[in-house]
Design a protein around this ligand. Structure first.
Ligand code: GDD
Ligand code: MG
Length: 362
């Protein structure tokens, strides 16, 4: 079975971190989201993955050298300056996918602990052109929602309904099995949306089915979701190793440290803290509920709580960063600066004075 991964689009709600990397390369517990997806595909005996990308994303992915996990990887690129939406890339990859068997389509920006073999089995048991993985959530208004009739046939599909109109909590989890019959529904070379154009048509013809699953699922569309998935994985799925302490260093689990991390004396790290590759922590630093990307330096006597700090940032001494603040790559924070209440700082900015109200520094 082949899988097409939709990986165009940069994710504006994840700024400033998405200014410098596509969503599928966000590190989730120190591993790019795309690598988690590759691993899950390989585990489900999928042999080939086609990445539906734009040029920029393709370059980023290649630069990252993600382990292929034994998968055969090909790229199918949207035309320059002409994104094809969510259905257009399926049509574009028609030759690569072929007409022999049903195939998987995955939204690249979700973390879904789903058994691909079970959903394809469910698909094959019906006369379906498409089967959508459905997941129950509390607030369905940010997603596509489906209403099920008998035998798991979908009787309505609405993309991002207003909260009043939605009568179901079953949402489109962004994982589909499609039969080759889908190709004739999608016009060639155009921007086409599966959710707005194709699924409603299939509903009318009775060819759209659902497959409800309960596993772990998150869309990393917003900063809050990003922190949550990291926390859940840390707590339930990431093995806690024995950390070398001493010199007054205290590690409060759960935490994850990538290779090359160094921690100065008397620092207290955790709980819920992720330190990326080669992160350097000074002395008497306190970090909790935070994600620190690779190569960032955090200097002595600083305290960080509930923040995300991008790559290669340099945080001065005696700083305080908290309240859901998010700092882009290469940001510099001078000594003694406090950032509280959700301060957003764009990549490569230098901050020399404290910011105590929610604010975006461009
Ligand atoms: N190649 C390519 N070209 N990929 C694209 C394009 C494009 O023009 N536009 C979007 N994508 C990719 C995105 O990178 C993402 O992985 C996926 O298609 C879905 O697009 P989003 O922009 O992230 O959509 P969404 O999050 O608002 O909604 C979708 O996902 C929800 C679940 O997370 C919909 O499928 C909803 O129905 C669904 O509930
Ligand atoms: Mg999305």
């Amino acid at each position: 079975m082949k899988a097409l991964i939709l990986a165009g689009g940069f994710g504006t709600r994840l700024r400033p971190l998405s200014c410098t990397r596509p969503k599928i390369l966000f590190p989730i517990v120190n591993k790019p989201l795309l690598q988690w997806t590759f691993e899950r595909l390989a585990k489900n005996k999928i042999e080939e993955a086609i990445l539906a990308v734009n040029l920029q994303t393709e370059l980023f992915i290649k630069q990252h050298r993600i382990p292929k996990c034994g998968l055969h990887i090909t790229y199918s690129r949207d035309p320059l300056k002409k994104p094809l939406g969510t259905a257009g890339p399926v049509k574009k990859a028609e030759k690569l996918i072929g007409h022999n068997a049903p195939f998987l389509v995955l939204n690249g920006d979700i973390f879904a602990d789903i058994n691909y073999r079970k959903i394809s089995k469910a698909h094959k048991e019906k006369d379906a052109v498409a089967t959508i993985a459905l997941h129950r959530v509390e607030d369905p208004s940010r997603y596509g929602v489906a209403e099920l009739a008998g035998e798991n046939r979908i009787k309505s599909f609405v993309e991002k309904p207003s909260p009043e109109t939605s009568s179901t909590d079953l949402i489109n989890a962004g994982v589909y099995v499609l039969s080759p019959a889908i190709f004739k529904y999608i016009p060639k070379g155009q921007e086409v949306s599966l959710e707005h154009e194709i699924f409603p048509k299939l509903v009318k013809e009775g060819k759209l089915y659902g497959y409800v699953f309960d596993g772990l699922w998150t869309d990393i569309g917003e900063i809050e979701d990003y922190l949550t998935i990291n926390k859940i994985l840390l707590k339930h799925f990431v093995k806690q190793h024995k950390h070398k302490t001493g010199r007054g260093i205290r590690v409060r689990e759960p935490v994850a440290f990538d290779t090359g991390v160094s921690i100065g004396e008397k620092s207290i790290i955790g709980p819920y803290t992720i330190l990326g590759q080669d992160v350097t922590i000074g002395k008497n630093v306190r970090i909790q509920n935070s994600v620190i990307f690779a190569r960032t330096i955090i200097s002595d006597f600083s305290s960080i709580n509930g923040a995300i700090i991008g790559e290669s940032a340099v945080i001065g001494k005696k700083t305080r960063i908290e309240g859901g603040s998010v700092l882009g790559d290469h940001v510099k924070i001078k000594d003694n600066v406090s950032l509280t209440k959700g301060v957003i700082i764009c990549p490569a900015k230098e901050v020399t004075e404290s910011v105590l109200t929610s604010k975006i520094i461009i």
